[in-house]
Design a protein around this ligand. Structure first.
Ligand SMILES: *[C@@H]1O[C@H](CO)[C@@H](O)[C@H](O)[C@H]1NC(C)=O
Ligand SMILES: *[C@@H]1O[C@H](CO)[C@@H](O)[C@H](O)[C@H]1NC(C)=O
Ligand SMILES: *[C@@H]1O[C@H](CO)[C@@H](O)[C@H](O)[C@H]1NC(C)=O
Length: 363
């Protein structure tokens, strides 16, 4: 099945039938890691940051802004679909009253499900800290809107969460001697992650979240960083692929259980692993020329170290799936969001974002 033509077809359909029903002012909140951080870490003392060129090279200013991308990232593209401007990082000094009413991004590069994931980056906002900031945010809008309206405002928001990848890359598999690896066999570690993730979902629900898309782990072993370390002929790294293979279905099952418990489709599992996998295995059909080498970096697959002004940089970012050793280009992010919008059940369980926006416009 040609996914792209399916997508294009669906988009045209929404254009005609859906647009008028979608409330353009739906607030948007973002939690998680570097896949969705749009600049919070710029305001923290941490090593996990995207504040030097050529990050942001394809933005209007061509300047870095904290996004781990050449241009827009996944939340930005979702904002486009919501018909709003990108939400600001919550820690930004530009976060004024009017901006607060668009939503907020609490994500922080380097973090994971576990509090200890990302400790090596020194000062990052782990999930519970992000949720604390979300509560502070709600205080601020309560002053503006009144308590009842503020609560309704938060309830009607769309939420995006990206977390889990770093619990493998920057914790369990950080070294052969990582303490988590001494402590747990992989299946037990995955079970721990799922049960801790479940607690995070409860905390999000308790703080007012009623509709959230959860991004899966991605095909961790296929990132240029992992190819550089573990791959001689371009095959994805086994241990991380095995981890993602275990994590993804258990996440889906847990999300399903939580929804049954809550009696509503609050959480939606986006199979970003499968979305990415399709692109990586057949890049040409999506218009990419390169799905293994990062656009910006150094060493094999451009996957060693950070993307810096001294890195080798590709000319045409649109031809690359990976911008740096871990993160997608804007163009790859756009394709992932298209699949979130219009993908079939195997990509978006229990329903895609188009369906969500349509249903919620009657809330
Ligand atoms: C969306 O909802 C807000 C308040 O809930 C309302 O003021 C606004 O007019 C709505 N926008 C659209 C496009 O329906
Ligand atoms: C993580 O930190 C939060 C608060 O900072 C705490 O409530 C929670 O119990 C911690 N989780 C674990 C597994 O230690
Ligand atoms: C996903 O979205 C499209 C609209 O773009 C819709 O036609 C389709 O039925 C949806 N698929 C599922 C499984 O929800």
């Amino acid at each position: 099945m040609d996914i792209l033509s399916l997508l294009v077809g669906s988009i045209l359909m929404i254009g005609v039938s859906g647009a008028s029903k979608v409330n353009q002012t739906r607030p948007f909140f973002v939690f998680g890691d570097s896949l969705v951080d749009n600049g919070n870490n710029n305001f923290l003392v941490t090593y996990a940051r995207a504040d030097m060129p050529p990050y942001g090279i394809d933005t209007p200013s061509h300047r870095p802004n904290g996004r781990f991308s050449n241009g827009l990232n996944i939340p930005d593209v979702i904002s486009e679909h919501l018909g709003s401007e990108p939400v600001l990082p919550y820690l930004s000094p530009e976060m004024t009253d009017t901006k607060l009413l668009i939503g907020a991004n609490f994500a922080s590069a380097g973090i994971g499900i576990l509090n200890d994931t990302g400790f090596q980056f020194v000062n990052v906002l782990h999930m519970y800290l992000q949720i604390e900031y979300f509560k502070e945010y709600q205080q601020r809008i309560s002053y503006m809107l009144g308590e009842k309206q503020a609560k309704e405002f938060v309830n009607k928001a769309l939420v995006l969460v990206s977390v889990g990848g770093n619990d493998f890359v920057n914790n369990y598999y950080l070294s052969s001697y990582s303490s988590r690896r001494q402590q747990y066999a992989l299946p037990d570690y995955v079970a721990l992650l799922i049960s801790e993730y479940r607690k995070i979902l409860s905390a999000l629900y308790d703080s007012g979240v009623r509709r959230a898309i959860l991004m899966g782990s991605g095909p961790l072993g296929c990132a240029p960083a992992e190819l550089a370390l573990h791959s001689s002929n371009g095959e994805c790294a086994n241990n991380l692929q095995a981890a993602a293979e275990l994590f993804e279905p258990q996440l889906v099952q847990m999300v399903q259980d939580v929804n049954v418990e809550l009696g509503a489709h609050v959480f939606i599992a986006a199979n970003t692993k499968l979305m990415h996998h399709n692109i990586i295995t057949d890049p040409q059909s999506f218009g990419f020329e390169n799905s293994k080498t990062a656009c910006c970096g150094q060493g094999p697959y451009n996957g060693i170290g950070l993307c810096t002004p001294w890195s080798s940089l590709c000319d045409d970012r649109d031809k690359y799936v990976f911008w740096d050793a871990f993160h997608p280009t804007e163009r790859a992010s756009r394709i992932i969001v298209e699949q979130m919008m219009n993908g079939a059940y195997e990509y978006m369980k229990p329903m895609n974002l188009t369906t969500v926006l349509y249903l919620d416009s009657y809330m």
